[in-house]
Design a protein around this ligand. Sequence first.
Ligand SMILES: NC(=O)c1ccc[n+]([C@@H]2O[C@H](COP(=O)([O-])OP(=O)(O)OC[C@H]3O[C@@H](n4cnc5c(N)ncnc54)[C@H](O)[C@@H]3O)[C@@H](O)[C@H]2O)c1
Length: 319
Amino acid sequence: MKLLVTGGAGFIGSFLSEALISAGHSVVSLDDLSTGSDKNLINLTGKPGYTFVNGTMMDENLVRDLMADVDGVFHLGAALGVKRILERPYESLVTNMHGTEIVLKAAAAKKLRTFLASTSEIYGKNPIQPLTEESDRVLGSPLLVRWTYSEAKAIDESLIQIFHQTHGLPFVTGRFFNTVGPRQTGAYGMVLPGFVTQALAGKPLTVYGDGNQQRVFCHVSDAVDAVMRLFFNDKALGHAFNIGGETEVSIKELAELVIAETGSNSKIEMVSYKDAYPAGFAETMRRIPNTTKVREFTGWAPKYSLKAIIADVAAHLKA
Ligand SMILES: NC(=O)c1ccc[n+]([C@@H]2O[C@H](COP(=O)([O-])OP(=O)(O)OC[C@H]3O[C@@H](n4cnc5c(N)ncnc54)[C@H](O)[C@@H]3O)[C@@H](O)[C@H]2O)c1
């Protein structure tokens, strides 16, 4: 198939593009390089079947033109990272709502099979864990900018569902839970690349709040494997799936593990949220995926342990 990947120069989008090319598909990648990078395309540039388009999904004509010539769409383009959302709230909200509307509308007009990248953030701070796909959304005040990412992504999910009903758009939605691995940048508030960079530099690892926030990390190769299995599976169409790892860990434990695995002499430094983030931040203390649905539909299971993930991120950052 010939497939469009929005956000294709991003962290997950670049690995997904590589997997699609390896599987024999052609890929057209659309990215404005706002958080993505051409460094992520090093294994793709010049490969037969791969085309990179430096442009924005806000450009309706460009998106429509690209859709004219493809058989399916992976929509990963988005503004994300807690820091980036708080620092550029309006731009992020418009990208995540209107940008997605443009992409989905064009895909619906052609009934193109579409994968929508959603997020565990849509569940907000629901205290009932692990989270299944049917779990409620429990959000804080709309006055806190932090929730706008969750709100936009939830509207995106509603929109794709509506286009499914009105236009027969075949879709599958994947809700990523803390996807990590090589190429992810710590610049927008992602915790693991930040910790590993600090550990390798012998600097203190900065843990925000009390460090008791619980998360589960998933290696990007495992996440991409799940996306591929879902996209090409007719049974998965019309469904949303959690995509996440297995090992629950607190952020403080993660920092300790990073120090141990990298053999670093770094110490841990606790930093208050007030000093870590601009106004508008709120924390979610526990975010644990139930991944039974994706496993039952596709036979998928993650392969990377947390230690293997840390080792891979460290090897990448050292290189
Ligand atoms: N990494 C995670 O843990 C995680 C968790 C939940 C959801 N997601 C979702 O997965 C997708 C990919 O995220 P990622 O981690 O690879 O982040 P990323 O920032 O590396 O990827 C997003 C890409 O979208 C591009 N982009 C942004 N605005 C654009 C626009 N207007 N036009 C074209 N391209 C644009 C960026 O340049 C970037 O390359 C996103 O939709 C994100 O919301 C990721």
